[in-house]
Design a protein. Sequence first.
Length: 363
Amino acid sequence: MVKGRKIACAAVGAVLSAACATTLFLPLPKTAGRQGEVYRCVWDDGTVSSEGYAEAFSMLEGVGEDGVIELKRGTHVGRIEATEDFSAYCYALSEGSLTDLLLLGGGELSRIQRAALFREYGGAVYYSVDEFHYTGEGFVRENCGHAEEVVLLSGTLPAGYLAEKGATKLRLASGATLTADKLIGSKIAEISAPAPYKVEQDGLYLTVAGQRRLVAALPKVRSLTVAAADYMDQGALLPCTSLAELTLPYAGNAARSAGTGYDGTFAWLFAEREGYRVPESLKRVKILGGKLISHCFYACPRLEEVDACGLAAEDVSIDAFADMVGWKRVHSPRSGLILQGTYKAYIAPCGCTVYERYGEEAL
């Protein structure tokens, strides 16, 4: 591990050296007349104005989706056309590799362009073995404190890094790798990532060799529906400490046993080295398919309701719910279940058996 880090650091150092050497041969940006810069702005009502830096900066909104600088005056939006150098900076800061970013420099950017870039990207920390950020004048390697956004350029993140930064946004670049444990304790509320990753319904999925996996879900989600997946990673939902409602395509890591790696326990999604950490806030679960094996809901004492309507009766073990100490309602295609406490049972219109607990133990 230490050897790998030394190699990675050496590689980054080599890129930095190349970047510095390259900038020695680039022309110095023009500074003459910069204080008196005037920008042509086209407004949404069809009018055109010439704005000085102070006026433009006071109206600056940032960089639009199409790469132009946007200003706002009252209810009207104005656009300052992008230059080739500005577009190159935008691409590098939003989609570029570490090499692209380190080689930024030498372009002739106006003051308002630099201000717009800093407004858009200055709050982000870029990570690849070390920390980097955009200062408004260039891209530098420097340790940062708080960050609104973390951009993982390559490799993975140290444990606790996202929580330490207090970031609410995470962007994965091509070649970056993320696991659920990196989100634990963080405030990440938005993730963006290129293929083979995909963000869907607050979950992050990864497709490899035609197989789609659930990797993780956003930490602060309270109600989550996991989309169709061939496999779900161990501990994928550990970051979700406030989860109250959960809908799954199946319980465990796969719909059916497909080898020695099969684990059909519901708490698989909340597994860690020391055991299981199913959040006490989780009260209601719906399982759409697969199997409910013997003691499926082990380590789920606070779970109150499980709906397994839609499964085949033979796919539900008679003692699948036996460990649910705090259960209140179970909707199951199988009758004669082993359950704790006193309860009543009746047949629902769908043909399933509904079990409802009563007495003081159900409070």
